[in-house]
Each structure stands twice: as C-alpha cells, then as structure tokens.
Design a protein around this ligand. Structure first.
Ligand code: MOS
Length: 730
C-alpha cells in the first residue's frame, strides 16, 4: 500500500481500541519472568556453552603477541576465538571499527578474544589468563583540544538561508554563547546479549536488537555468509536507546564461538565492558548565535556543532532542530567532525535534538532575559508554521508548539514564576522554574506485516517489528483489533523474528507510527479477502463485534476464515508527503527545582510537559515513554557523563555505580499532557512518533530552572555541584 495523499476518514478513526489507555498485553509475561530474553533461551538452544569477551586494554595500536596456553588449559575451557582463528571477517555498514579486533586495535575494550567454557564462571576465570602484549600507538582523545581539526563531514552538514552574518551584525539584541555536552552512555537495563546456534550452515541468533532485517544483513556481511542462512530472533528487549540499532560484538562472537565449539554459545557483554566496547553518544561543543529585535523576535539564528568519532564515523547532528524550530529570515547551521580514537560514537536517545536542545533552549532563555520577555511568550513570538529554511511553500504537516506552551504553562502554574532569579526561598532551598520547547523530527519508514484470522476467529499478527520496552506489542494488537472489529483479547501478536515481514524496526521514534501503519496495510488486505469470502463489496462491509456485516446481514470471522484460516500480507510505503510537508513533533517542558543554599545540591521538585505528536495510539504507554524520556533529560542535565581519560583514551566511569542516571526518587512529580492532534500527512494512523520527544528539551528546562532559582548560568553539562559552587564563588 502506498501512502502519498493525506489520509481521509478510515477505520482507525472509530477509536474503539486505538487511543484507549490499555495495559500492555506483554505486561504479565514481563513481570512474571516468563518473557524470554536473548541470554535466557535455554528452551530454544539447550546445552549452550558460555562465552566471555576479552576487550583490548589499549585504545590504539596493535596486538604484538597473544599467549592463550594458560587460558586453554583452564578448567572447562572449550575454545577461544581470536582474529587468528576467526577467518576473514567483513565489516557491517554501521560499524566504524571491526567487532572483533586484532591485530590492529581501533579503540579501548574492542573485542579481541572470546573465551568459551562449560560454565559462565569458568569462561570468566579463563579469560583472565589470556595474555596479550600490545604495541600501543598515540591516539587523539580530547574533543576540546582538537576542536580546530573539525572537518565538514559532507551530506547535509551545513544549511543556510538569507544572510546570517549580516542579520546577526545588525541585530538589536545578540546572544553568542558556547555550550558543551559530554559523552553519554545508553545505560539500558539488558546488556547486549546473544545466544547463537548453528544447524549445518544455518545460523540462528537469539539476540537483543532493535532492527531485525538490518541486523540480518549486517551479520551476513560480517560473517561472509548468505542472508538466507541467518535468522535473528528478538521478541523481548530490555531497552536499547539506540545502542542495539546495530549488531554488536556479542552477536558476532557468539556466532563464531558456536561454530568453533560445535554447540550453542551465549555471550553477554558485561556491564563494565559496555560503555567502551559498544557505541555511545559523542560529546559536543556548540556555538549558538541569535540576533533579535528588542521584542525578542528572531532575525538571525546560527548553530554550529563540533563532535568526534573514529575514522569513518559521523557527526552528532545537534543543530537539526535549529533548522526548523524558530522563525528568522537569516540562518545557518553547521556540523564539524573531529577524528578521535575514543570508542565508537553513534545514535543514542534522540540523536541530534536531545543534545542540540540542551544548548538551544538555554540560549532562548538567555534571549528572553536579554529582551525582558517571558520565556514562554518569547517562544510563542518566534513560532513559525512552515520550514523556515525552505519558506512558506513547505508548511508543517501539523505543528502545535504554541498550544503546548500555553496549555503546559497553565497546567504547571507558570504564572507564579518570578522572572527575577534568586527570589524564591523554601527553607534551605532556592526555588526556581524553567521552560524549554521540545522538538523531534517525525520520520516515516516502510513497514510490513502479515495478518491472519484462524478457524476460531482469532487474529494473529506477525511482523519483525521489535518492542524495546516501548509498548509495540500492545499498539500493534490495538491496530489489528480496530481494523478487524474485534477486542484486544482476540489478537495474538508475534514480533521480532526475521521470518516475519520486514518492518520499520525501533529507532528514531518512527516505530509506533510506521509499524502500525504496516499493520493497517496488511489488515486492509485481509478485510478485502474476508469481504470477498462473504460475498460483500469490500468498501461497504463493516467489521465489528467479530462479524463482517453488510446492511442487516452478517457472518462471523471464524466462519469466513474456514479451517485453514485466511492470511494477508502487505506493507505501507511512503511517497513524498514528508518532502512536501515538514513533519515533526512538539512539546513544552516545565521544571521546578530547589538548589540547596549551602551545598548547591539540586533537587528536581516537579516536572510537567505538554506534547503534540499526532494521534496518541495508547495514552498509557505513550505517557510512560514521555516520562522515561523526561527522566533521561534530567540525567543529561544533572548527572550523566562518561569521563574521558584523555591520556589513555577510554571512559573511566564504565559501570552503573559511577555512570549516574536518575531514578524514581530523584523526581517526585511528573505530569504529561497530550494535546489533541491528528496528522493526516504522517500516515493512515494520523499518528507521529512520541518515544524520543520527551527527552528533547527536558534537560534545558532543568538548567533554566536552576538559573531562575540561583542566578547561576551554567552552559557545560551536566550541571553538577562542583560547577555550581565554582560559579557561585565567581
Ligand atoms: Mo534511536 S537513538 O534511533 O534507537
């Protein structure tokens, strides 16, 4: 099915199942521990051996010698995979460095061996006996020191409209500031993990992966085997946040290990290995210049971003939102990429906007103060209903930023805020409020599904879509139920298997809208088959209460399906509506903090936000998504940072004891409002993505609240006690 004209009325609009805050249909399996995760597939791959990954102890250089004798002689050891015996490996398109290194080493903790033993403990013990001599080479590990080496990484790195320099030079009010964000780690709960089994030349990987079809291609390419010989199974995923968009070392090492020892092998990358072995969000340095008139109306806006990655990597596109969020005829954005020898940088939790808005939305707060305009009002004044780089001929498909700001402000009690910093006290606490806009692009991706009705009238949906903790099972079931006129309980959803039709997968907050649109397409095909079977014209048949109806006639789904059931498969493909219309999601974050008058300890007292993201398919799971994302915003504002050892080139705080993330107790109150919106240019679902919107801007609202509480303007994240005390002393 092709989606190339705006959606008209369709069965989804009935809203009997879609749009209802249903509990997760996979919830019981999750909380009872009966949902099997990749490392736990004892059922599917019995008698598995255990692999323990050995990571490089240097950041750059070569392996001079490896002595495996002691490890090989250790109790229970079955085999050891290294570059010397793994055969020639290809490199996946999304990997900057090989997933099995050696003799060349590209980054610290790059996998250089897998020790396989009969038990987990034996594998881990033996791994400590692997002796490696390295010839280390000098590397570059410091973004700030090497900022001047940044190059234009090509394709869409820069944009411009009007005359930025001229506009900025003559602006009545100018903001010109530098902001920084550190390297971040995804910190999802489930580690990267795979159980691998070979059957002849056929490989099955039970693995934790966000993008199944992509993963199959990457595994095939890396191992040099046909795609048809690779099966990926990933029905349950304990969080990914972008770290599992791509196949990582666990999958490749498990496959190689299972081949070597002739039985299934499990590999989980240990928590302390994850931050340096897998991908992370690269640090950024950002310069933002805004020129406005005395009323705060923007005339010129410029955003430049520097970030680093291994050779062959890409930039952190933190200027993305600045191209679309605010008005102004004179504009520029630029990204510069610095080659570094730190571990691989890549997508994490709203790549681009999440850190871009940390900077931009402080800059807007600074502009509001400079113009003496309320920060909510300032953003409303700078709203624009079309792509400001392209002009009015490219309107937004829907854009309710102003509604989000107004509704959110009312609900939060913004009117009580004292615009003058440092005025409000509550005992030891200096109290302040901050606001920030939320923006995240809405991407649509081709997505397919197969849907059937069995002899009992049960609906079955199969797609390789994944549920990374987001609620995919439930919204897929809701879509099928709505389309075929049955209850949620009558639908079985099977996800995350490469034997199922290729879906959009989970990434870039496109999963919910795209994957359900694919189910919509398949359901339309099944409706046509059922109507034909019933002898009713497809466009007049009504699907409700488990029946196919025409006027006063009706037949049950079960009777139409017959003994063998009836199946249909289709996908939703997209035309150019996302070129003709800018498509994005919007919101407004509000935060109240307390800052201890003596210790500068920051406590988030409450957060609230209003969001517009098209039709909300399931308000309960969508709210959970936004709350989780807002929490990540608090992490970025106050805690999260990978600390770089710039001498040896690695992230020092590489475990959950020292890489800080917020928990429930850190944020006592979080309110989420959804603004009514249908986006008929996004898909037949009229929905948009919502998974990443909530993180975008949330951290800046915290930073702006700290400023309002204390008068201390910090621009280097995270905003920790030491920085606040230093600013206070100054
Ligand atoms: Mo997302 S960072 O594209 O999984």
């Amino acid at each position: 099915m092709k989606f190339d004209t705006p959606a008209g009325p369709n069965p989804i609009d009935r809203g009997r199942v879609i749009g209802i805050p249903h509990d997760r249909i996979d919830g019981a399996a999750k909380v009872t521990g009966s949902a099997p995760y990749a490392y736990e597939r004892h059922d599917a791959a019995p008698n598995a051996a255990y692999g323990w990954m050995v990571g490089s102890a240097i950041a750059k250089g070569r392996i001079a010698a490896m002595d495996l004798r002691a490890a090989e002689a250790a109790p229970g050891v079955l085999g050891i995979v290294t570059h010397a015996n793994a055969g020639k490996l290809g490199k996946g398109s999304m990997n900057t460095a090989p997933l099995l290194g050696g003799p060349q080493v590209d980054h610290y903790e790059q996998a250089v061996a897998l020790v396989i033993a009969d038990t987990f403990e034996n594998a881990r013990d033996a791994a400590k006996l692997v002796r490696i001599d390295y010839a280390a080479a000098d590397g570059r590990f410091d973004l700030a020191a090497d900022q001047a080496r940044g190059v234009n990484p090509g394709k869409d790195a820069d944009t411009a409209a009007g005359d930025f320099d001229g506009g900025f030079a003559k602006a009545a009010v100018k903001i010109d500031q530098r902001y920084t964000t550190p390297d971040h780690s995804h910190a999802m709960m489930e580690p990267h993990a795979t159980t691998a089994a070979w059957n002849g030349d056929k490989l099955t990987l039970w693995t934790s992966n966000q993008m199944i079809a992509w993963g199959v291609g990457e595994v095939a390419k890396t191992l040099g085997i046909p795609k048809d010989n690779v099966r990926l199974v990933s029905p349950y995923i304990g969080g990914g946040f972008g770290s599992k968009l791509f196949v990582r070392a666990d999958a490749i090492l498990a496959a190689l290990g299972a081949k070597q020892v002739g039985r299934p092998v499990k590999v989980a990358i240990a928590r302390h290995q994850i931050p340096n072995n897998t991908t992370h969000r690269p640090a950024t340095i950002q310069r933002i210049r805004i020129g406005a008139n005395k009323d705060g109306v923007i005339d010129a806006i410029g955003h430049e971003v520097w970030s680093g990655d291994l050779p062959g990597g890409g930039p952190e596109t933190a200027a993305q939102q600045t191209r679309l969020l605010y008005r102004g005829p004179n504009r520029m954005t630029a990204h510069r990429l610095v080659t570094l020898d730190l571990p691989e940088g890549n997508a994490m939790r709203a790549p681009g906007e999440a850190v871009g808005l940390l900077a931009l939305e402080i800059a807007m707060d600074e502009l509001a103060e400079a113009c003496n305009v309320d920060p909510v009002e300032l953003r409303i004044r700078n709203d624009v209903q079309y792509d400001p780089e392209a002009g009015p001929q490219r309107p937004f498909s829907s854009r309710k930023l102003v509604e989000c700001l107004r509704t959110g402000a009312d609900h939060f009690g913004w009117a009580k805020r004292d615009p003058k910093p440092g005025q409000v006290r509550d005992g030891r606490w200096m109290v302040g409020m901050g606001v920030a806009a939320a923006f995240r692009n809405n991407l649509v991706q081709k997505s397919g599904a197969r849907i059937g009705v069995d002899a009992k009238g049960r609906i079955i949906v199969e797609t390789d879509m994944t549920d990374i903790g987001t609620g995919s099972y439930t919204i897929v079931a809701q879509t099928a139920a709505e389309m075929l006129g049955v209850t949620l309980e009558q639908v079985t959803v099977r996800l995350g298997d490469s034997r199922f039709p290729v879906s959009a997968g989970s990434g870039g907050q496109w999963g919910a809208n795209s994957a359900t649109a694919g189910v919509y397409a398949a359901a339309m095909a099944l409706r046509a088959k059922l109507a034909e079977q019933a002898g009713y014209p497809a466009d007049q048949a009504l699907f409700e209460d488990g029946l196919v109806k025409l006027a006063n006639k009706s037949q049950t789904l079960a009777s139409l399906a017959g003994r063998d059931g009836l199946w249909a498969e289709d996908s939703m493909d997209y035309g150019d509506l996302d070129k003709r219309y800018a498509q994005a999601t919007f919101g407004a974050h509000f935060c109240e903090v307390g800052v201890d008058i003596d210790t500068a300890e920051v406590r988030v007292r409450r957060m609230g936000g209003a969001f517009a993201a098209g039709r909300i398919l399931n308000p309960k799971s969508a709210r959970s998504q936004v709350i989780g994302a807002m929490t990540m915003g608090v992490g970025a504002a106050l805690m999260e940072a990978l600390d770089v050892d710039t001498r040896f080139g690695f992230f020092v705080n590489h475990d959950m004891a020292e890489y800080m993330v917020p928990v429930h107790a850190d944020i006592p109150q979080q309110d989420v409002l959804f603004i009514d919106e249908l986006d008929d240019k996004s898909s037949p679902m009229k929905a948009k993505g919502v998974g990443e919107l909530g993180i975008c801007g949330a951290g800046a609202a915290v930073a702006n609240a700290i400023y309002n509480a204390t008068g201390l303007r910090l621009r280097d994240y995270p905003l920790t006690i030491d920085k606040l005390l230093k600013a206070q002393a100054a």
